[in-house]
Design a protein around this ligand. Structure first.
Ligand SMILES: C/C(=C\C(=O)SCCNC(=O)CCNC(=O)[C@H](O)C(C)(C)COP(=O)(O)OP(=O)(O)OC[C@H]1O[C@@H](n2cnc3c(N)ncnc32)[C@H](O)[C@@H]1OP(=O)(O)O)CC(=O)O
Length: 262
């Protein structure tokens, strides 16, 4: 399946490569991309010939998070409208999290905001040593909301708090230390490292792997529908503040936000 924002190619072993294809926008998650990705992930989950899914981004970044143009366009929408858009994101992370197959992320360049949400629901994250990571939402006047249950489940509260509250950008080794990344390799060794992990996953029984994955995500810190409803509301609330308007406007104006005037 191919859309303008994603590309999927499946090989004879049943390895599906799902590529984000908005390189000119650093693969930011537009509404169109979110919907295409959510529906592709559901289809791959139902396709018995698919054994492993590899997620990657075309160009200089893995994924620059939520599309800020799409977010800016919601400033004058109603709260109900923003809730619909926030839920779109939440449904993407839910679908990725519940994909009943091994999901490997191949990460180059930047993974910011929603891009870290995507990584947090992968079973294995292999990143180039040159990659950079940031939960930059608070620098834009919004919050890491729909991604928060998955990020905290993955890296723990102690690692999440400073990143959530500062939006600071960290390198691949720092991200590895939090538990976000499974492996860090030289950029030129990325494909070889992904291939090695694919072979490990292919040696597992598909039904057993699906059951094991369901166990891994439900034991310890289950993510409930109520939790998802709550984070959707929280994103919609943060999205309508003057600070969000200032932060996102400042991004496009290529200047620092002025929080005092917001
Ligand atoms: C999921 C939730 C929230 C979020 O995810 S909020 C978004 C968080 N993401 C960011 O803060 C990243 C913003 N982008 C950047 O910091 C930089 O663009 C970059 C990725 C570091 C790349 O920098 P570089 O200088 O190489 O390139 P440009 O800045 O000139 O960008 C080129 C081009 O791409 C556009 N773009 C980049 N990121 C986004 C984006 N996130 N949304 C929309 N567009 C983006 C940029 O505007 C440029 O476009 P031009 O038309 O070429 O000017 C919510 C939750 O957690 O619930």
């Amino acid at each position: 399946m191919t859309s303008q924002t994603i590309h999927i190619a499946t090989d004879e072993r049943g390895v599906a490569r799902l590529t984000l294809t908005r390189p000119d926008k650093h693969n930011a998650l537009s509404a169109e991309m979110i919907d295409a990705l959510t529906s592709a992930v559901r289809d791959l989950g139902n396709d018995k010939t698919v054994r492993v899914v590899v997620l990657t981004g075309e160009g200089a970044s893995f994924c620059a998070g939520g599309d800020l143009g799409w977010m800016r366009a919601q400033f004058d929408a109603t709260r109900a409208g923003r809730m619909v858009e926030a839920r779109r994101l939440a449904m993407l992370f839910k679908a990725l999290n519940e994909l009943p197959k091994p999901l490997i992320a191949r990460v180059q360049g930047n993974a910011f905001g929603g891009g870290i949400g995507v990584l947090s629901v992968c079973d294995m994250v292999i990143a180039a040593s040159t990659a950079r990571f940031g939960l930059t939402e608070v620098r834009l006047g919004i919050i890491p909301a729909t991604i928060s249950p998955y990020v905290v489940a993955r890296i723990g509260e102690a690692n999440a708090r400073p990143l959530f509250l500062s939006g600071k950008i960290i390198d691949a080794w720092q991200a590895h230390a939090t538990g976000l990344l499974s492996r860090v390799v030289a950029e030129e060794a990325l494909d070889e490292a992904v291939e090695a992990e694919i072979r490990h996953f292919l040696s597992a029984s598909p039904q057993a792997a699906a059951r094991a994955k369901a166990l891994a995500r439900s034991v310890g810190r289950p993510i409930t529908d109520g939790m998802i409803d709550d984070v959707v509301e929280q994103l919609a609330d943060a999205w309508e503040t003057e600070e969000a308007r200032e932060g996102i406007t400042a991004f496009f104006d290529k200047r620092q936000p002025n929080w005092r005037q917001a």
